[in-house]
Design a protein around this ligand. Sequence first.
Ligand code: C5P
Length: 225
Amino acid sequence: AAPRDLAGRHVVVSAGGTREAIDPVRFIGNRSSGLQGYALARTAVARGARVTLVAANVALPDPAGADIAAVTSAEEMRAAVLEAAAGADAVVMAAAVADFRPAGYRGSKIKKTDGAEPEPIRLVKNPDILAELGRERRPGQVVVGFAAETDDVLANGRAKLARKGSDLLVVNQVGEDLTFGRPDNAAVILGADGSRTEVPRGAKEALADAVWDLVAERLPAPPRD
Ligand code: C5P
């Protein structure tokens, strides 16, 4: 049986990938399936936590026992995550949040015109939710990010951990069918305290449990009543 080490804790998990609308029928998206975030939600429920799962465009069965907020874009995800995080003990940002969105939403479908090249789509930066959580966290709150890297995985991971102000960063190598849509994953979890935990390739549940082990160690002792 799972340890009940998250009993009495409220955790927020984001999952999936945001979609940034171009026009009513098109969007810029990414390859995140939501499997890792859903595994995090399921394992947290099993360990006794109250779980708020903020899911962006995930086509998976709802994990039993989690409260689910469905969102589409990065801006919607930001609003849902910040609202849930206000009272949470830990926030794990497993979602692939689009770094950019189209600068202007076209209210009607973009048409092709004979002989003319299409208009370029200008992009603007999205808010960085993880960085905001790192800056504005409540005392004792544990903030965890994910980093999908293709090159210089560890050096980029350390730099990202510092830049985002997270307590933990789960760094996985992506590309060439290594992670997206697969039931298994492998990662190195970097801690702001200098720790480094290697999680060998295995089920996404196993990586999720490794994340919760590290989160549980970092949570302040619960108030006694
Ligand atoms: O900077 P990068 O996109 O590689 O960072 C990945 C981490 O930051 C993930 O935990 C992701 O959920 C989070 N993120 C975010 N808001 C963004 C971009 C990424 O919270 N706009």
